[in-house]
Ligand binder design. Sequence first.
Ligand code: THU
Length: 162
Amino acid sequence: MQEKKVNLSFITGHFSELSLEDQQLVDNAKTAFATAYAPYSGFLVGASVLLENGEIINGSNQENVAYPSGLCAERVALFYAGAKHPNVKVKTIAVSVLSKNFEVNDVISPCGACRQVMAEYEDKQEQTIKVILHSPNGQVLIANAVEDLLPFMFRSPLLKKN
Ligand code: THU
């Protein structure tokens, strides 16, 4: 038996330290959560995807009274980007949140299913995606690849017989 360690790398800082491009994407994510449909959680999430052609695609969480039928903001934005521009690579995704019920004082990490979807798009486009998480108090966390948010992810080659 052997103990192994996983090395993760991410950057923390403040919104003001981001590049202009990244600040604009976060600003978009902040406008996107205004379109959230979250009557059950009151938790508004906005996600903005920057494509390599410069287009920005926004998504927000969409809830449903049959709870599992809803979808997170990240997947709404990524699936829309994939459907609209199947052959254009995703450069960056920014996520911002706001709660109607309490003050959010930390960045919120995407759920496992959203990270898995991000990972699949990385595989599809053979290029990593930068993930920027933003909290209402201006804190940011940046991961330059989804692997830093989801170690031991299930990847499509694992489906093939070796
Ligand atoms: N949610 C997202 O949209 N993204 C995440 O990364 C985490 C959670 C949504 C789902 C649900 O509408 C609400 O936040 C509370 O879980």
